[in-house]
Design a protein around this ligand. Sequence first.
Ligand code: NZQ
Ligand code: ZN
Length: 387
Amino acid sequence: MLDFRFDNKTEIIFGKNTENQVGTETRKYGKKVLLHYGGGSIKKIGLYDRIIASLKDAHVDYVELGGVKPNPRLSLVQEGIDLCKKHHIDFILAVGGGSVIDSAKAIAMGVLYDGDVWDFFSGKGQIEAALPIGVVLTIPAAGSETSAGTVITNEEGWYKRPTGSLLLRPKFAIMNPEITYTLPAYQTSCGSVDIMAHVMERYFTNTQHVDLTDRLSEATLKTMIHNVPKVLRQPEDYHARAEIMWASTVAHNDLLGTGRQSDWASHDIEHEISGIYDIAHGAGLAIVFPAWMKYCLKHNPNKLVQFAVRVWDVDYLPEDHEGVALEGIRRFEAFLKSIDMPIRLSDADIPEDRIEEMATKAVGDGTMGSYVPLNKEAIIDILQLAK
Ligand code: NZQ
Ligand code: ZN
């Protein structure tokens, strides 16, 4: 196990009707708030009215900015920064999923920075300050409710890039599983794949003696495999929704990454796909991850064998590591198909003509990932395997 520091101070307020506490929680940090949300689902499901009522009860003054799109855009972030400066905002409340939360984080650091907020994503700027933010989560997926990261798409060139700082961790995350009953099946599945991917990016490592985090990761994956089909059959299954919602946080609050090197190549490859083709992040991961596994099988099969045996209950055969690992990948793909996810570029109508461009944008002349370090040619091979 590697040495580590673990710091996650986001307060989780979990359970039925917890959104009604948003006013009093917000009041602890801010007097004038930016209420940030997406394309309107929160109004359709009645959540918006409850949030407004709670803010008013707590005498919190607010300004609104809706319209965050999935794969959140830099132009709206810039609009949010101007709005916050104009109204002397001191706290940002994100009501939505990863896209809304990430947009809120980018606004939070842009308000206190004199230069262009894109500097933080292009590597030119160092994050030194950010407004505090709070979250009411509406979709379990990205884990942004307690993560230190944000991912924004710059419409100029369609670059989708991450950045992060402990300063971006939300002060609180309110999580009521009932709010997720209205998620379309497709969004439930996309979010679930993202949760599993956050576990797997950490699980596939060459760091030795990480038994606790291996087994916590396997338990999280098995919880997802067990509960996702349940909520697809019965969207109002509170306890299954609750398991998935808590898993979204556990998968990405950094606990499962403690003491080990993580990989993240599949995420970086996926960001090129959703950056150009604007598909849901989870759907992109369902396409990339199995192909990445098939590529890694030739170079580093060890953890793939453990994944097959412990997560997918494949019988261990000491004389046939490759066969065991392949059966694990096959069962993973069958699971993804059973929850209606695309598992090939062609399933998502993505043509093959920009594979080289995506690989170049992802890695240039360098490498990415650590379980198997990948150069541009390797990424092209993976995207070819995903055709
Ligand atoms: O926009 P609205 O109308 O609200 O609809 C949303 C959106 O269309 C809808 N939705 C959300 N909650 C709902 C609902 N519909 C009905 N009922 C509800 N309760 O779901 C759609 C997807 O929302 P979005 O926020 O885009 O989903 P997600 O949470 O998956 O976020 C995806 C973004 O997060 C980034 C991804 O790259 C992507 O841009 N990520 C952020 C990370 C982080 N900050 O740590 C890590 C992740 O790996 C990921 O990269
Ligand atoms: Zn993700």
